[in-house]
Design a protein around this ligand. Structure first.
Ligand SMILES: [Zn+2]
Length: 125
């Protein structure tokens, strides 16, 4: 007889395998765990941090100074802080109330796999 919905079959509701209506909340069986994509596995790799000695990297730390009153800055000096220190002294000479400076040193590091044979560098853009 008529089902009251115009003769159409009742719609089936999608079933979520581990959805909220699941009665058994134990972990998935071993076979189900193996059904996961192998792309979800991440290899563990040790990395090291060391001074960057690649071509183009500065061979020594970079130094410069900044006046904390007017934010004027010195030239940047590679491996020698004498230039920024002299700049600070001359800056005080011209601006006697500017007596506080921020000394900034910058070093460059490179992070590489500890076992370089095991990990290829990814392509860079
Ligand atoms: Zn200043």
């Amino acid at each position: 007889m008529g089902s009251g919905n115009g003769g159409r079959e009742p719609r089936l509701q999608p079933v979520t395998r581990f959805g909220p209506g699941r009665r058994n909340r134990s972990p998935p069986a071993r076979e189900e765990a193996h059904a996961m994509s192998p792309r979800t596995i991440i290899r563990s790799v040790r990395w090291t941090v060391r001074p960057d000695e690649e071509a183009g990297a500065p061979k020594a730390p970079l130094y410069h100074a900044e006046c904390t009153t007017c934010h004027d800055t010195s030239e940047t000096s590679e491996g020698d802080r004498i230039g920024p220190e002299l700049w600070a002294l001359f800056h005080v000479g011209k601006n006697p109330s500017h007596r506080s400076f921020r000394a900034i040193s910058t070093a460059f590091w490179r992070v590489t796999p500890a076992d370089a044979d095991g990990v290829a560098d990814p392509a860079t853009s």
